[in-house]
Design a protein around this ligand. Structure first.
Ligand code: UDP
Ligand code: MG
Length: 318
């Protein structure tokens, strides 16, 4: 049998100083593994000349393929583009900034050969700011509680997926894709490989706090409707409380115990509290309505402006 092929999908946004190192370190790490490699770099609208670096890499190395999206569509959309165009028997997804260490990939391949269709990295420790680490900690635990699926804690997009899983994910109709959720949903034999998450090699993080919050909201909304149920439950609890308080007040009034002190503070507190809850619940509803809104438009999650290094469809719109 010929060597199996591994497609390595790398979404890149302004990662000029990282892409070559990534390829070289991955080459070195996979040297002994008896696999053919295909690199699928997805340039997600870089403006720092990353696409030129990638194009010259592709010119010198026939294993390198580059997809240039027509603008910045976001990390998850870039991943979808990579999955759509990868040809390998297994697909590895990793960040360009070397936070996902290439040296862990051989372990993924070994687990794949041992019969697992999905192998994901589990972050043992992170070298990031404290607020970010705390945020991730809370987010993954909340998501695990709310999602219908058994989502592994502390696992990101860094993973290997068998061709069969990738083909099934490609068939899914949804436009907004939260890959980690879909990957858990897909099933098959899955296994986590613990690894230490490195610090970013060069450049600045491309996920701003805003993008991270959006990603977290998408993660919730695409994986679970339980937050909506929480809304209903909170609503019921408050309805019940208000009925019982009314009864208590009424009974006290009828039995002549209704000697109320002036209750301005209570009133103000109650009103702000209840309005707070109400706006929160409307916010949760809004997230779901927003997600329906973007799904019904049926727009593709990304547009490809240029392909480099693929067999047939080299187009250049420059
Ligand atoms: N990225 C992307 N599009 C974006 C944001 C990020 O393709 O809109 C890429 C980025 O180049 C990197 C990966 O996604 O390869 C993860 O981004 P980053 O390292 O900034 O995220 P963090 O490690 O802070 O979560
Ligand atoms: Mg990073």
């Amino acid at each position: 049998m010929s060597q199996p092929m591994l497609s390595v999908i790398v979404p890149v946004l302004d990662e000029r100083d990282n892409v070559v190192t990534l390829r070289d370190r991955l080459d070195a790490a996979l040297g002994e593994m008896d696999v053919a490699i295909e690199f699928v770099f997805v340039d997600d609208g870089s403006t720092d000349g990353t696409s030129d670096v990638l194009a010259s890499m592709a010119a010198a190395d026939s294993r390198v393929r580059v997809l240039c999206l027509s603008r910045n569509f976001g990390h998850q959309a870039a991943l979808a583009a990579g999955l759509e165009h990868a040809a390998g028997d297994a697909v590895v997804i990793m960040d360009a900034d070397l936070q996902d260490p290439p040296e862990v990939v051989p372990e993924f391949v070994a687990q794949w050969r041992a019969g697992h269709q999905v192998v994901y990295g589990v972050r043992r420790d992170r070298k990031e700011a404290l607020w970010k680490r705390a945020g991730y900690f809370v987010f993954y635990r909340l998501l695990a509680r709310f999602a219908y699926l058994d989502m592994p804690l502390d696992s990101g997009d860094f993973c290997l997926m068998d061709r069969r899983v990738v083909d099934e994910l490609k068939k899914l109709p949804e436009v907004g894709r939260y890959l980690r959720g879909l990957r858990s949903w897909a099933g098959w034999k899955q296994v986590g490989v613990p690894y230490a998450r490195a610090a970013r090699a060069a450049g600045k993080p491309k996920y701003t706090l805003r993008k991270l919050i959006h990603l977290a909201a998408d993660g919730f909304v695409s994986s679970s409707v339980r937050p909506l149920r929480v809304a209903t439950k909170i609503g019921f609890i408050f309805a019940f409380l208000s009925v019982t308080t009314t009864v208590v007040y009424l009974v006290m009034w009828l039995s002549g115990l209704g000697d109320w002190p002036p209750g301005f503070a209570t009133t103000v507190l109650l009103i702000t509290f209840l309005f707070g809850i109400q706006f929160m619940l409307i916010g949760i509803l809004g997230e779901y309505v927003g997600s329906i809104h973007s799904e019904v438009k049926r727009r593709p999650p990304y547009l490809v402006a240029r392909r480099i290094g693929f067999d047939k469809d080299d187009v250049n719109t420059d």
